[in-house]
Design a protein around this ligand. Structure first.
Ligand SMILES: Cc1ncc(COP(=O)(O)O)c(C=O)c1O
Length: 363
């Protein structure tokens, strides 16, 4: 096997820390650890999804639909877009990767800090990320994004609510960027709007797919639907683009159990409502963390622990059996930002107390 060149600029995706890792490192029983570093659903999966997995377990000797058409039917109902606009894959990461296979090489404009897999996937497909810094509140000037567009630009990644900051892209900014790309001579750049956390917010812009032929909206069942371990993501895109996308997609990329569970989860309204309420209530509790906490529309909050270092705070919390995420692996995030996923009410209280204790011992 050819070794990865030591000069390769690509860096591996850094996930949140696992329960097993913290349990071993600090000798804490696994069932006493709370995991608030990966923006997972504290309620667990939709009960209907678990039943569907059990019911369909015997079918795993058979290949699933090659393009997950039954899941796309359910997604069509959920998004109110026809199947002709929908693709599904192995998590939203799978959708991003297939799109990069289709669009790269070329430039990918990425306002940072944001989800790091955009740059990793673009580079993997021989593309070049062009990073644009966000302002102190993690917004950006849409004209500054448009001014970076060249005829090498293939994609602009926007994330709303943004990971790790939790803020939405205003619709007027998205329109400016979509129109700005359309005006650029010889440019056929796609805008990829990542709505992984949209169920926790009021701000979906999926309706714009019918208006713009260069917009793709990515979504996932990993967050509000609690299926992170099954890997189900999807995107809504213009019909013509979908036809091209399917030519690059890996067949059978959504397993039969993921398909069955995804369909069931999309129909489990009670679980979705409960998940959203839990997060919206929990965000208010996490605002009591005694540092600057940025307002969030997602299932996490971002905390600025300056003048302390994020690593110090995360280590102290880990010793108490609480996993949160330092943002050192997010380009442009600096070394004082900690991302905390919303947990159950008890977990949120424990986190606030741990931060209070850190503050009282260190200031
Ligand atoms: C903004 C954002 N997009 C995409 C993903 C990946 O989603 P999936 O689990 O569907 O691959 C994540 C995962 O944390 C995320 O934070």
């Amino acid at each position: 096997m050819k070794p990865l060149s030591s000069t390769s600029p690509n860096t591996k995706y850094v996930p949140g820390r696992s329960i097993a890792e913290i349990s071993e490192q600090y000798n804490i029983p696994a069932d006493e650890i709370i995991k608030l570093g990966s923006n997972e659903n504290p309620l667990g999966p939709a009960p209907a999804a678990v039943r569907a997995i059990v019911e369909h377990a015997n079918e795993v000797s058979i290949y699933p639909d090659s393009d997950a058409s039954s899941l796309c039917d359910a997604l069509s109902e959920y998004t109110s877009y026809p199947d002709a606009n929908i693709v599904a894959s192995t998590g939203m990461d799978g959708v991003i990767d297939t799109l990069m296979r289709m669009l790269m090489p070329g430039e990918a404009i990425i306002p940072v800090p944001t989800f790091s897999y955009y740059a990793i996937s673009a580079r993997t497909h021989h593309g070049t990320p062009v990073f644009v810094s966000r302002d102190e509140n993690f917004g950006f000037d849409p004209q500054a994004i448009v001014s970076q567009v060249t005829n090498e630009t293939r994609v602009i990644f926007l994330c709303s609510p943004n990971n790790p900051s939790g803020n939405l892209v205003p619709e007027s900014d998205l329109r400016t960027i979509l129109e700005g790309c359309g005006d650029c001579d010889g440019c056929d750049a796609v805008v990829f709007l990542d709505e992984a956390y949209v169920e926790f917010s009021e701000g979906s812009m999926i309706h714009l797919v019918q208006e713009f032929d260069n917009l793709v909206v990515g979504r996932t069942l990993s967050k509000a639907f609690g299926l992170a371990g099954l890997r189900v993501g999807y995107a809504v895109m213009p019909e013509q683009m979908r036809d091209e996308y399917l030519g690059y997609a890996t067949p059978f990329s959504v397993s039969s159990l993921a398909t069955a569970a995804g369909i069931a989860a999309l129909g489990d309204d009670a679980h979705l409502k409960q998940s959203v309420k839990l997060v919206q209530d929990g965000r208010r509790v996490l605002m009591e963390i005694p540092f600057k906490v940025y307002p969030s529309e997602a299932n996490f909050v971002l905390v600025d622990v300056s003048p302390h270092q994020s690593g110090e705070v995360c280590d102290l919390l880990a010793r108490k059996g609480i996993i949160v995420r330092d943002c050192l692996s997010f380009r442009g995030a600096g070394d004082a930002l900690v991302r905390v996923s919303v947990g159950t009410p008890e977990q949120n209280e424990r986190v606030v107390e741990a931060f209070l204790e850190f503050k009282s011992c260190n200031e």
